[in-house]
Design a protein around this ligand. Structure first.
Ligand code: FAQ
Length: 310
């Protein structure tokens, strides 16, 4: 890496150009993108588990078909994202190994259990809502393959968000049992959703480099504020109570939250709290069950190569 290469790269970023696969880039830009995109891919794939548990227990055919489509979309998002990371030289095998060995992270939010059907709606409303805020920002990022994947993913997640909101609004206006189920789901998912957007800016070691290179166009706290400002009024309008006694609106109109329990956040990420072992166990079992598919693909590829060599 020469100073001239770095200067030319920084100038491209300053001009707002997209960096494409195969273009020269600093090793640290590549490393940061592989870290972030692969962790994002892992989050989509692990994110299928909490909702997937409810497909067979959906209360109607309509809700079941919606949920099946949503979980299938998440598998597709994982695919786009693994491919985007592959354009940077990461291999699928290495990325999966990093997930299964616990070396690579995935979003903290998916270590929380889904205890009732309303959790499926609350994930759509809050978790997809938070993910869309973060990903709309990433759709403008400097790495072309990632930014383009985000455009499609965000449009699909907008559907996920709407179905979750529609479901919870219906339950919040339904029978006392339905209202209680919706409020209970909000009580358990609110803080994890607020936390999933990452640590406060003062405790975010990656933001500096990511912002400088146009990967993160907004900080964790800025995206969190956008998420809270959109969702608090809508949840209140639905007749629900935000489980934060300090939640209030300031003079600028921003909804301000009380202190976040970061000890819980880090304990969940380290696997000391929540379902990390179960989630990784399920991924390992799926990987093991898929061994015959990989073997068959390899045998087929070897045969094609053999034919080509003849
Ligand atoms: N969970 O320096 P920062 C979805 C880690 S997709 C676990 O602030 P950064 C769709 C972070 O990796 C949800 N770890 O990090 C869906 C870093 O550790 P490392 C996933 C977290 O990268 C919906 C350390 O903390 N979305 O939900 C978390 O600048 C419904 C220090 O943090 C993405 O991945 C966390 N919540 O900012 C699917 C989007 N937060 O890697 C199914 C792409 C932070 O150095 C159902 N990623 N950490 O060891 C990003 O935008 C960023 O990576 C952030 C974190 C904003 C997540």
């Amino acid at each position: 890496e020469t100073p001239e290469q770095h200067a030319a790269f920084e100038a491209r970023i300053a001009r707002g150009e997209k960096i494409e696969a195969g273009d020269w880039m600093p090793a640290e830009y590549r490393r940061q993108l592989i870290r972030m995109i692969s962790q994002h891919a892992h989050s989509e794939v692990v994110g299928m588990l909490p909702e997937g548990e409810w497909i067979s227990r959906a209360p109607s055919l309509k809700r079941k078909t919606i949920l099946m489509a949503k979980v299938q979309d998440e598998a597709g998002h994982g695919q786009y994202l693994y491919h985007a990371a592959e354009t940077l030289g990461a291999t699928r095998g290495d990325m999966l190994q990093a997930l299964l060995s616990g070396k690579a992270k995935y979003s903290s939010i998916f270590n929380y259990p889904t205890r009732s059907w309303a959790d499926v709606g609350m994930i759509g409303w809050l978790v997809d809502g938070a993910a869309i805020k973060n990903q709309t920002m990433l759709a403008g990022c400097s790495y072309g393959p990632y930014s383009r994947a985000m455009v499609r993913i965000c449009s699909e997640e907008t559907f996920h968000h709407k179905q979750g909101k529609e479901m919870i609004v219906q339950y919040a206006q339904g029978t006392p049992e339905q209202r209680a189920m919706a409020q209970d789901a909000l009580n358990r998912w609110w803080w994890p959703a607020v936390m999933m957007l990452g640590p406060h800016d003062s405790d975010s070691p990656n933001t500096g480099a990511l912002s400088r290179w146009g990967i993160k166009l907004k900080s964790n706290d800025e995206v969190r504020q956008e998420f809270i400002n959109e969702h608090v009024p809508e949840l209140l309008e639905a007749g629900l109570t935000i489980p934060d006694p300090e939640m209030h609106q300031d003079e600028q109109g921003n909804w301000k939250h009380g202190p976040i329990d970061w000890d819980e956040f880090w304990a969940v990420i380290r696997g000391e709290r929540g379902l990390n072992k179960e989630r990784l166990g399920a991924r390992q079992a799926a990987h093991d069950d898929g061994a015959w598919v990989r073997e068959a693909l390899q045998a087929y590829t070897d045969r094609l190569r053999g034919v080509a060599a003849d």
